[in-house]
Design a protein around this ligand. Structure first.
Ligand code: CUA
Length: 352
């Protein structure tokens, strides 16, 4: 069979999808947002739970690769060694039934292998789930919504969205982040491959997980449970700050929104439309709970949970009609006139 270049490309793509599903989000996420190394690879763990999972997966893959090579090798040997030859007399070869040794071997060895895999996996799960909390641990509540992430820091009084900011953890001064996962509607799943395994966010249930990133940087993730139309644009970024920088971020997020009289017209647009029913801005009468908190909107890198980079141009496109950037999202087209849009964008740009 001859394949054109396109055919080869799509064949490669299919193989990649089949064998390396974890590598898929990287290019899509990178295209939308720019800044980040774009790695979403479980084989490059940079956090304690992800490292534990990586070690188990390498062990499982090694054992399975060994089995594959032995079985495949014996099969290939048999096919070649005992293939049909012209000088064959056409009679059936001697039939051999029953061999206690072989039967025993292929019963006992797989049982032992499965037993080893069960023990190692159970132990890793227990180690990750029962990990002791060091004194410096940070608590964050993450709430999955269709289709964005609400992120709350109960002890710090901060509410943000889609971008989880955490401190880097140092072996001498550990600072892991413990997450409580909730859902406001349907089942979602929180997954940042380099930091930890997936954990579902399920309505009326608190699930817990933790991450302990060891290198500063931006880590990409996504919702890993199909949750409706825009499941694929329910992206996540975890921003890991070097020592000291996380405190600066906290300080900035705790500031009240800037009250700039220059943007009064835009403020009026915001407070006279139903924006206030869904969004909150600290210290104002906007205290909606359905959409992301906007107090420090412009401190975030993306709009619409990774649907677009958070630039003034894209913000305007978003406000004109969110359905263009994220079809099916729950934010309606507010039918604003051009001047209203300009004013509103100017106001939102002050929410740094
Ligand atoms: Cu949320 Cu898929």
């Amino acid at each position: 069979m001859k394949l054109g270049l396109l055919g080869q490309k799509s064949l490669l793509w299919t193989l990649r999808t089949a064998f390396f599903p974890w590598a898929l989000t990287s290019s899509a996420a990178r295209a939308d947002t720019g800044a980040s190394n774009g790695i979403t690879n479980i084989f490059k763990p940079l956090s304690t739970p992800a490292e534990a999972i990586y070690e188990v997966s390498v062990l499982v893959l090694t054992i399975c690769a060994g089995i594959f090579l032995i079985v495949g090798g014996l099969l290939a040997y048999t096919l070649i060694r005992f293939r049909r030859r012209p000088e064959d007399d056409g009679r059936e070869p001697p039939q051999v039934y029953g061999s206690n040794q072989i039967e025993l071997a292929w019963t006992v060895i797989p049982i032992l292998i499965v037993f080893v895999l069960i023990l190692v996996t159970a132990r890793t799960i227990a180690d990750v789930q029962n990990a002791a909390r060091p004194a410096g641990a940070l608590d964050v509540t993450v709430v999955g919504h269709q289709w964005w992430w609400e992120i709350r820091y109960p002890e710090l009084g901060i509410v943000t969205a889609n971008e989880l900011h955490v401190p880097v953890s140092d072996p001498t001064k550990r600072r892991p982040t413990f997450l409580k996962l909730e859902s406001a509607d349907v089942a979602h799943s929180f997954w940042v491959p380099q930091l930890a395994g997936k954990t579902d966010a399920i309505p009326n249930r608190d699930n817990r997980m933790w991450i302990e990133p060891k290198q500063p940087g931006t880590y990409l993730g996504n919702c890993a449970e199909y949750c409706g139309t825009q499941h694929a644009r329910m992206l996540l970024r975890v921003i890991v700050h070097p020592p000291g920088e996380f405190e600066q971020w906290v300080e900035a997020q705790r500031q009240p929104p800037v009250d700039d009289s220059q943007v009064q017209a835009g403020r009026n647009v915001f407070f006279s439309t139903s924006c206030v029913n869904c969004h909150a801005i600290n210290g104002t009468r906007a205290d909606g709970k359905f959409g992301p908190d906007l107090t420090h909107l412009m401190s975030r890198e993306t709009l619409g949970s990774g649907a677009a980079p958070n630039t003034p141009e894209k913000l305007r496109v978003w406000l004109r009609d969110p359905q263009l950037l994220k079809e099916g999202c729950l934010m309606p087209n507010m039918q604003l006139a051009d001047t209203e849009l300009d004013h509103l964008v100017a106001y939102l740009l002050t929410l740094k």
